[in-house]
Design a protein around this ligand. Structure first.
Ligand SMILES: [Fe+2]
Ligand SMILES: [Fe+2]
Length: 191
């Protein structure tokens, strides 16, 4: 199967590339949801996989996708004042998502390190992360990306791209060795 990759946003169609990254994140969140569902069956979820997904989203989304969006939001707010409040809210959510991910990452690391972590704590933290993240992406796709495609120009998109220097996708294995081998395997099985 051909793996969908979070691509560097090509200048030709940056909004399309933006949606592609969202689609990719949704796919990872679906994998995480599947593990959360395992809680309800009373079985043991794949904690390593859950931790890999959260870590990957931290590496790519918190550090690359969201800082770039912050620049896009600032440029868009200048041109569309009616979106200012929503854009400010979405920008604030980037911080909330990062902190919620950190909490979940700590809990999962605790489980894997044999610390006494209650299942319910992991389940609640993961469920909150999923709902919050899913809604965030949906709002961006519905209200923001299309509008940005209409009003941002080439210089804006270049500023967005330049907000974070280009770097290899950590899921590709480049630069991070075998770190995400298991996650790559699960993504391949999913479709
Ligand atoms: Fe965002
Ligand atoms: Fe986004």
């Amino acid at each position: 199967m051909e793996r969908a990759q979070p691509a560097e946003r090509p200048a030709a169609n940056p909004a399309e590339a933006w949606r592609t990254e969202h689609a990719y994140f949704r796919r990872l969140l679906r994998l995480l949801q599947r593990e959360v569902d395992v809680f309800h069956t009373g079985e043991k979820p794949n904690y390593e996989l859950m931790l890999d997904i959260i870590s990957y989203l931290h590496e790519f989304s918190d550090r690359v996708h969201h800082p770039r969006e912050d620049v896009a939001f600032a440029r868009l707010a200048q041109r569309c004042p009616e979106l200012e409040l929503e854009l400010a809210r979405l920008r604030q959510e980037h911080g909330v998502i990062a902190r919620a991910g950190e909490t979940l990452r700590d809990l999962l690391s605790g489980v894997l390190g044999d610390a006494l972590v209650k299942r319910a704590e992991v389940e609640v933290a993961a469920a909150m992360y999923l709902v919050y993240y899913g809604n965030h992406i949906a709002k961006e796709d519905e209200d923001i990306v299309g509008r940005a495609a209409q009003v941002l120009d080439a210089a804006d998109w270049e500023a967005v791209r330049a907000a974070v220097p280009a770097q290899p996708d950590p899921l590709s294995g480049q630069g991070s060795g075998e770190r995400y081998r298991a996650l790559r395997h699960h993504i391949a099985l999913e479709s």
